[in-house]
Design a protein around this ligand. Structure first.
Ligand SMILES: *Cc1c(COP(=O)(O)O)cnc(C)c1O
Length: 243
């Protein structure tokens, strides 16, 4: 029993190492195709459902950015993670009543999808005497089932958020719809890139477009080719999730 658990762990660790190598090669290739290099694209390991043991193994193999979806899961795993030199982002939908628990626990909240939640992050950050970086999540496919701001709302929200203390907008995040057709998928990513550039060009005080977070296991190469500089990869690193 003991032995087989060790064997399982060893095998999974080897898989993680190999997966990371392959993903880094793919990122480098896609970055070159988009006129950049691998250094221009940050690989986030998405760690939801993954035990700290394996997350720490990814960290030991060079991962310096992790993303969790749920505040509760993040807080319960955090004490067991080797986070020295590692950045932690929240990437899942955030309810207003959970904001207080997560402010100060992550460097960036990628999933800001309303002015209401932004105001709460601002308030909690000011109370804690800190600043919280955020990305605005855009519902790029205008899907009923998904969270995120409407494309046409984003600029207006940026202007509102510029006035809030304790919170800084650093970029945009999106999860496009599942697309059979690669051309359609690329168009969603390209629309995001356009919005990112357009907002940057407005030079709004306190709004600074540094991070374009898009692309997951199935589509990170396409996202990079359309301008993503942060990709969020989970199952391709750690294997299929078991809930
Ligand atoms: C789960 C998740 C990912 C990673 O998904 P994979 O397909 O496993 O790579 C990326 N971003 C968000 C917001 C997620 O919830």
């Amino acid at each position: 029993m003991e032995k087989s658990l060790n064997e399982y762990r060893e095998q999974r660790c080897k898989d993680i190492e190999e997966n990371l190598k392959e993903i880094r090669d793919n990122i480098a290739e896609a970055a070159l195709k988009s006129g950049r290099t691998e250094k221009d694209v940050h690989l986030m390991a998405v760690t939801k459902t993954v035990e700290p043991y394996f997350i720490n193994h990814a960290i030991a193999n060079g991962i310096d950015l992790i993303g969790e979806n749920r505040v509760q899961e993040l807080l319960s795993k955090k004490p067991d993670l080797n986070l020295s030199g590692v950045d932690v982002h929240l990437i899942g939908h955030l309810q207003t009543n959970k904001v207080k628990q997560v402010v100060g626990e992550v460097s960036t909240i990628q999933s800001v999808d309303s002015i209401k939640v932004a105001k709460e992050i601002s308030k909690c950050s000011v109370n804690a005497g800190i600043n919280t970086d955020v990305l605005l999540e855009v519902n790029i496919g205008e899907e009923e089932s998904k969270n995120g701001l409407e494309y046409n709302q984003v600029l207006e929200i940026c202007h509102e958020m510029a006035e809030l203390p304790g919170i800084s907008v650093k970029g945009l995040m999106a999860i496009p719809p599942i697309c059979e057709n690669d051309v359609v998928l690329r168009q969603f990513f390209s629309n995001m890139y356009q919005l990112y550039v357009d907002i940057d060009n407005k030079k709004i005080h306190n709004i600074c477009m540094q991070i374009l977070s898009m692309g997951m296991s199935s589509d990170y190469e396409a996202a990079i080719m359309e301008g993503a500089n942060l990709v969020r990869v989970g199952s391709s690193i750690f294997g299929a999730r078991v809930y």
